[in-house]
Each structure stands twice: as structure tokens, then as C-alpha cells.
Design a protein around this ligand. Sequence first.
Ligand code: CS2
Length: 513
Amino acid sequence: MAARGGDVMTTPTPPEAPGRLSLATLPSVERRHRPLVDPASLGVGIVHLGIGAFHRAHQAVYTEDAVAAAGGDWGICGVTQRSRTVVDQLGPQDGLYTVLAHDAAGSEARVVGAVRELVFAGEAPDRLRELLAAPTTRVVTLTVTEKGYRHDPATGRLRRGDPDVAADLDGFAAGRAPRTVVGQLVAGLAARRDADAGPLTLLSCDNLPANGAVLRGLVAEFCDALPAGDALRAWVEESVRFPSSMVDRIVPATTAADRDEAQRLLGLRDEGVVVTEPFRQWVVEDDFAAGRPAWERAGAVLTDDVAPFEAMKLRLLNGSHSTLAYLGVLAGHEHVADAVADEGIAALVARLMAHDVEPTLAVPAGFDVARYQQDLLDRFANPALRHRTLQIAMDGSQKLPQRLLGTISDALAAGREPRVACLGVAAWMRYVSTARSETGVPLPVDDPLAAHLAEVTAGAGSPGAVADALLGVPEVFGTALPADDRFRALVGESLEALTRDGVAGAVRETVAG
Ligand code: CS2
């Protein structure tokens, strides 16, 4: 109440601010939304590098379900790499957060309690090393995105010219805090060997083919580059396993509206909400050095050979996603669902999958690949997901090889013309070279190679010159594909069509062709 100028002013009492989600407030949440295990009872058995929204909606949920079904001390310590945002969101909440699964029928809210500790590697490198060397840690999972591996996708080798990689190698012997994921892992493995803490499994969950083998190669290469790294490399070969895995769940960036919805459902404020779709899939190579959660009890598939699942998912789902994203941003479709609501684009994506990709796949036995493609179109059309095309468009230089270029090489080798996949590549070229939509709206290009891509295309006037300039970037295209005249012609024609006739025209011509 305030008195001013002799008047007595009454201010309405503000509604009481809702409490924040935490172990203390959890009992006020309706039982059906609460974690399936008692979070306080879980010790840390897994260290996860890169605790973004994807991990929280995927591996953390599988892990909680597995512990609920079969027990085990498999709590997760989530490590953030580049900023402390997630630590600030989840720390005050004792690691608890809500997974909101959206579809046209409504939303389901579930509080997950599997995350038991949070570490910002930039501020607490010693804690990270200590956790990697702790005998209680038996599995390390990773979602650090394609660019987090700091490798050249064409060769699988570490980018030794990357200043952070070079700094990690130089500073290793002196114990300087590593900046890269591979540097962090090798520092942790060295400490683990010194502590005689036993074997460990490093499980990559990023959208890269043979992600386990890639990680194994990078760790070995890093060891080799260290003075007297041979002994460490030999220990790693003996004690550490690197299974591959295929992960799938669409997880768009969380919005303020999502946080408000979680608050309505929980009666508490949650700064760590993640949103996703009901669907989830995880196929894991069953090769673990020191045990694992019973993820198969949570619906994961544990198998000897993940490769056919990886290729299928990367080429059908992610290849379609990237194609939709580049055509979508150019045409002004903000969300994936808006892009597939365009009949021409939906037909194009169906053709990409059935005509360009499917014949390149070794489909896992008994798998209904036609049904899988139809389900993907339905998932993309989920109107409640609001997955931004710009979010998928980022880091294209790191994504194109495994999403579209592998399809293109295989199709050309079999004497077919992968026209839609080439249109996807051309749409990427138009996006990175113009950084504008068709109607002239400026578009951010968020990509580790953005400056280089802008530089090489700067003087290129015609679509043909833009295509030539970009095909000369081996970090994206390697050297074999750009030497194939059929590929050059298909991409060149698609870029011409996009420039001349816009997205709608190019899509029509490609579907008709
Ligand atoms: C998307 C993926 O952002 C992207 O590039 O294509 O994150 C995609 O949503 C997931 O791989 C789905 O499992």
C-alpha cells in the first residue's frame, strides 16, 4: 500500500507466485506426473556429455524406465559444454525437469528424476575428470552434436588444425583443462587408468554413422598424438568399449508457452522443461565393458549390428528433415509441419524416401520400411510440435554428408538419378550463399563453416558459379563426389531451378521429372 499526494492507494495483492520444481516440492505434483523412481535414492553411474534437450527427452527417460523396471545405480551426471544455462535451470530443481510429449490429441507431462548431478565443464574440469575416473561411473554417453567431435567427416580424422584441438594436445601433459570433448575424454581416461578404476564404456548418441567407431578412432588418434601416448592407447584398447547407437526422438527447442503449459499441469515452475513427440526409438550395439542399465526393458533394441538402423534413420528421417529445412527456410515455412502441409513438398519428401533413399538401404530383416516412411511423414506433420526449420538448418556443413551425400553417391553408383536429394543439396547452397528467404527476409546461417562458405561464394554471380564454389569445399563434399559430372549436373540444374522458379517451381519440376 502506498500513500501519494494525500490519497490512499490500494494495490491488489498479486497472485502468489508458484513454487519451483524440486525434490522438496515434488510431493505437491499429481502422482501420475511424478518420476518412476525415487530420485534421491539414485547414485551416479552414467556421465553424460552434452545435456541438452535431446538427452533429457531421450536417454534419460530410457534410463529412468530401465531403473524402474530392473533397478541399478544408474543416475546421470549431466555435463554441459559451452554454457552453464542447463546447470542454472536444473541445479535449483535438484536435477528434476518435465518432459512434455505433444501430439494432436494433447500433451502428456512427466517429471524425470534420473539426472542427479550437473557439471559445467568450463568451470569444473576437475570434477569432470574425477567423475570419469570414478569406479562408480561405468558408462559415459554423449550427445555433443556432429561438430562436437571436431573431425573431418570425409576421413574420420581429428581436425588437427582446429585451435581447440591443438590447444588440448599442447596443454595435455601440463594438465591444462581440455576444451574439446575428445580432450576431456582422454584426460578422464588417463586419470581412470592411473586410479585403476576399471573398464568403461563410451556410448555416442549423436546422428553420425558408425558413431562408436568414429569416437574410438578419435580417442586413439588423440592418444597417438601425445608424447608417450602409446601406453594410454593400449590401455584404452583393452579397457574401453565404444558401441554405436541410433537415437531417434524429435525434440524442438522449448518455448515460453511450453514452460507455461508445464506450470499449468504441475502447479510448479519448471525452467528445464523439454518438449517432444510421443515416439521414441533407440538401437544400441550391445558391447559394454562394465554393465549397463536394462534399457531393453524400456523399449530399446540391443543388437550386434546397428549399421542398418543408422543408415535408415540418418538417410530417411534426417535426410528428409534437412531437405525440408532448406526448402522450408527459403520458402518462408517456419515449422516442419508448415512445410509438409504444402502438398508439393510432402510429395517431394515421399519421393526422396522411396525413390532416392530406400534402394540404397540394407533394411533390417523383418522391418517394414514403407510403413516407416509413412510414419515419418505423419511425425513431421505433428501440428503440436512446432519444430522450427531454422533449428534443423543449422550446422548443415556437418550434416549433409551422412544425411544426403551418402544417398547420392550410392544412387549414382547404382546408375540412378537421385534428383530430390540433389535438390536438397542445392537448397542448402542457396540458403548459405544468399542468407535470405525467397521474399528477401534475412536468414541467420549458424554453421562452424559459415564464414568460409560466405567467402567462397561471395564473388559467384550465377547459380553455376555458386555450385562450383561450394563443391570445391572438401570439408563438406570430399573429393570423389565433386569429380562426378552427373552429380555436378544434377546439383547445378536444381540450383538453377530454385533461382529461376523458386521453391514451388523447383519442387514441381523435380517431382514431375
Ligand atoms: C534434426 C534432428 O535438428 C536436426 O538436425 O534433424 O535433431 C532430429 O530431430 C532428430 O535426429 C530426430 O531423432
